[in-house]
Ligand binder design. Structure first.
Ligand code: PA5
Length: 417
């Protein structure tokens, strides 16, 4: 189960906290009943037939492809990338290449170079089926796929994850006979990692998606009646915002979590940043970033708080070796596990930042595995939704994303703009 704790003493007034906690608790049903609240019961209500098809497709891909090109942007790629990287990367033959998450020709060419002449398949993921970035990348990789295998075989190597009934990608998939997976109507992109949106890539990477779902289900069980610790986290965030702490930094001590940070930033940023409100989500990977952002966090403007994500178990073994001399002055660390040193660095950082006037929140996952990560994802999804409702915004829409698109379409002279 995911743990949450903080000790903010005078910063959070008890009455205000209790009021916000009550609001957060009441928001669980609101989230569940929302038209976009499908993720709330997903861990106990997912489509088992589709789930089995995902596992089968992942097996096929590992049998015939060195690479799976995952094409998608925002909620259509951040979640699976976060899970795969947090758990240490691909464990089977097929490596994942991410594409269609920018309009950069440099990135595109880099991906094409990496692909070379290897065998590959494509998972194109777009709920709307019309997003420009993935649509452009899909054209490019599809052309390469057809050139390599011919139309018929190429169609067998394309997996389309999109709306069940509509959209350009849906229509193309039907016309060309691609295997299709569904982005449920009632789940928005950033809450969709535990649907086919994330699961095909995750399963292809050799990660046990049943355990991932089990972890989410256990966490749901802990949170579903009154929001549990997710409601507390949501309430604390809003109390801190009232005190003008309007930047939250997600901090962890594992570089493997860099993409998880990106997923978390999208989840909270897109859910809460609207109507002139919101906490700006930022992130660091320490101890790396202690040597870049550490100075600001320690002594800069006092409007930020920090949420540490910690793993409550020993991680892979690597100890500091003994040496005959002590020229580097490291004799005091000889024989000590690097993970132990890393955890001490985390402890030291929390204490230093607290002393520097940064409110510190702590979230603990029991271990680094599928089950815990499934739990952590669900915990953050629930916290985010509850926090958004307490803040007074709709945590499931993203109207602001359209602004750049409209300008870009005008500039590119898209018909109708
Ligand atoms: O969370 C969201 O809804 C967005 O980030 C979308 O996932 C993103 O804009 C991609 O949209 P689509 O899947 O329709 O291509």
């Amino acid at each position: 189960m995911i743990e949450f704790k903080c000790d903010l003493g005078h910063l959070v007034d008890e009455n205000t906290f209790n009021l916000k906690l009550e609001q957060a608790r009441n928001a669980v049903t609101r989230a569940q009943e929302d038209d976009f609240g499908g993720w709330v019961d997903l861990p106990v209500k997912y489509d088992k037939e589709e789930f089995a098809r995902i596992e089968k497709a992942a097996e096929k891909i590992n049998g015939d492809s060195d690479y799976l090109v995952c094409i998608g942007i925002g909620g259509s790629y951040l979640g699976h990338r976060a899970v795969i990287e947090a758990l240490g990367g691909e464990r089977k033959r097929t490596k994942i290449i991410y594409a269609g998450n920018s309009l950069s020709s440099l990135q595109l060419n880099c991906a094409l170079r990496e692909l070379g002449d290897a065998d590959f398949s494509i998972n194109v993921i777009s709920k709307s089926g019309t997003t420009t970035e993935p649509a452009v990348a899909f054209r490019v990789f599809k052309e390469k796929l057809i050139a390599k295998y011919g139309e018929e075989e190429a169609a067998k190597r394309i997996y389309a994850t999109t709306d069940a009934n509509k959209g350009a990608l849906h229509d193309e998939a039907v016309a060309k006979g691609y295997e299709m997976f569904v982005v449920p109507d009632n789940i928005g992109g950033r809450y969709s990692v535990l649907t086919a949106v994330g699961l095909l890539a995750i399963a292809t990477a050799g990660i046990n998606i049943r355990l991932l779902m089990d972890g989410a289900e256990e966490e749901r069980f802990a949170l579903i009646s009154n929001g549990g610790l997710a409601a507390e986290y949501a309430a604390v965030r809003n109390c801190l915002l009232d005190r003008h702490y309007d930047i939250e930094i997600l901090a962890n001590f594992e570089p493997q979590f860099a993409s998880f940070n990106e997923w978390w930033k999208q989840l909270f940023g897109e859910s809460e940043g609207k109507d002139g409100l919101g906490i700006f989500p930022a992130s660091v990977v320490d101890s790396t970033d202690l040597h870049s952002m550490g100075q600001y966090i320690q002594e800069g403007r006092r409007n930020l708080f920090e949420t540490f994500v910690q793993i409550d178990s020993d991680l892979s073994h690597a100890a500091v070796p003994a040496m005959n001399d002590n020229l580097d002055g490291l004799a005091y660390l000889e024989g000590k596990e690097l993970d132990y040193i890393n955890k001490k660095a985390c402890e030291a950082t929390k204490a230093a930042h607290k002393d520097g006037g940064v409110p510190v929140l702590e979230i603990k996952m029991p271990s680094l595995d599928e089950r815990s990560l499934g739990g952590l994802i669900y915990f953050f999804e629930m916290s985010c939704a509850l926090s958004g409702f307490v803040l007074g915004v709709n945590p499931f829409n993203q109207p602001g994303v359209e602004a750049y698109k409209n300008n870009m379409f005008k500039l590119l002279e898209k018909p109708g703009y």
